[in-house]
Design a protein around this ligand. Sequence first.
Ligand SMILES: NC(=O)c1ccc[n+]([C@@H]2O[C@H](COP(=O)([O-])OP(=O)(O)OC[C@H]3O[C@@H](n4cnc5c(N)ncnc54)[C@H](O)[C@@H]3O)[C@@H](O)[C@H]2O)c1
Length: 266
Amino acid sequence: MDLTGKTAIVTGGASGIGRGISLVLAGQGAGIVVADLNPQGAEAVAAEVAEFGRESMSIALDVTDPSSIDAVTEAVVGRFGKIDILVNNAGVAGAAGWDERQQANIDDWDYTYQVNLRGVVLMAEAVAPSMMEQRGGKIINIASIAGRQGSPTITHYNASKAGVISLTQGLAARLAPHNINVNAICPGLLWTPLWERLAARNRSADDQLAGLTERQVFEKRVADSIPLGREQTPEDIGKLAAFLASEDAHNITGQAINVDGGLRMN
Ligand SMILES: NC(=O)c1ccc[n+]([C@@H]2O[C@H](COP(=O)([O-])OP(=O)(O)OC[C@H]3O[C@@H](n4cnc5c(N)ncnc54)[C@H](O)[C@@H]3O)[C@@H](O)[C@H]2O)c1
């Protein structure tokens, strides 16, 4: 999984899974652009990447804003001369205050679509010309096991992630003639700020969870639903991302791979 000399953009790289992916890719030799709505967080992760002795850069990015995406793409090409790897990781579970609602409202539907699905399309389209020019590239979309099966409580999120899986197939077919591989990773249950908020939301709707901390709610869900009986970590996701970004995976495209301890087997 040698990524020496490669340049990777990780969206949403300031937190949770994106941070883990950034550090694993850097560990394999890639230079990392940590691009996030939260520029301070991005800067902190870029500093961690630099500790590996890799090139790193942090930059503010809003994947819902085409002009922000163009500015990031231009800045990365200006600094590194190319983009080899794009990890579309930025994601949300709703609009502001989503965790205080048991049912998604129209703002949750719109904002989740804009970040989780439209943001992935816009980012992929923005980096594709640079990848086409060098006749190769790797795009890795972070979907979710939530995209494998609908649910009554986070229907909008399920639909957005199912959309990412479908989009991955379409993009893979379209970009294959340019030697660009496009794959998705479906993470299972990871203890990140996103899941912490989900745990609080789940607890307020379920008497059986009353009195548990957010972490205990998460651990119960892991124990109740994961055959291998353990949570997944950002490093687990980073390791698959590193493989998919490497030449070892050059014949894999259009796939969505679960990293979930067996929670979903399809
Ligand atoms: N945590 C889990 O169990 C889990 C499981 C499956 C999939 N996922 C997916 O993994 C990805 C990362 O999730 P996480 O759990 O690390 O969440 P997180 O909330 O810890 O991190 C998400 C990051 O995305 C950034 N972001 C949000 N909106 C953005 C925007 N418009 N533009 C740029 N950056 C933006 C945030 O600032 C944050 O740094 C998401 O796509 C999420 O849907 C998470």
